[in-house]
Design a protein around this ligand. Structure first.
Ligand code: GAR
Length: 205
């Protein structure tokens, strides 16, 4: 069977992308990364890619007069690379209906909280300020809302008494590195079925 081609969009550090690459190299994930795109020319994720033979580039929002033109440029690049699944890995922009229509049901995101709690920015800080005793991470399909799409997998981590935002974020991102490759593997094995808000996972044959 042909490998699913994924396109990764990332704005920052790129540790989730690294976890995906590591999972591929370890034989735990059978996908091909067709392209890595960052919207941020300074992003560390682009520096990481120097070590790999994977096409990577920056598509800078500031070089486009409208959001639609920016998203069209990303979509074009993904299509050129025959991307079948768009993987948001720390991509810090909301995608509009225009983009989502082009990859309907084929965009995944990872978010650093147990959704629907603490959507949007600074999810770890929100959890601490709220006084939550448990937080975690969520992999979900992307719809037009802010972190509202159908949930694929979640992993909980404790919030400790002496946590700082950084300490909690580190604990959560460690869980993300295990969860995201697992969710991608389920997708590529054809084991995810979406029915309304629910994502059903079928057993391995
Ligand atoms: C991750 O914690 C991810 O969940 C979060 O950004 C971080 C990216 O880290 N994403 C969001 O907050 C999206 N709303 P990374 O660049 O090291 O993968």
């Amino acid at each position: 069977m042909n490998k699913t081609v994924i396109g990764v969009l990332a704005s920052g550090r790129g540790s989730n992308l690294q976890a995906i690459i590591d999972a591929i190299q370890a034989g735990r994930l059978d996908v091909k990364i067709g392209v890595v795109i960052s919207d941020n020319p300074e992003a560390n994720v682009l520096k990481r890619m120097v070590n790999y033979d994977i096409p990577s580039l920056c598509i800078d929002r500031r070089q486009f007069s409208s959001r639609q033109d920016f998203e069209a440029a990303i979509a074009e690049e993904l299509n050129i690379r025959h991307v079948e699944l768009v993987v948001l890995a720390g991509f810090m922009r909301i995608l509009s209906r225009y983009f989502i229509d082009r990859f309907e049901g084929k965009i995944m995101n990872i978010h650093p909280s147990l959704l629907p709690s603490f959507p949007g920015e600074n999810a770890q800080q929100q959890a601490l300020e709220y006084g939550a005793k448990v937080s975690g991470c969520t992999v979900h399909f992307v719809d037009e809302g802010m972190d509202t799409g159908p949930i694929i997998l979640q992993e909980a981590v404790p919030v400790l008494e002496d946590d700082t935002v950084e300490a909690l974020a580190d604990r959560i991102v460690h869980a993300e590195h295990i969860l995201y490759p697992r969710a991608l593997a389920l997708y590529c094995e054809g084991r995810l079925t979406v029915a309304g808000r629910r994502v059903y996972i079928t057993d391995k044959e």
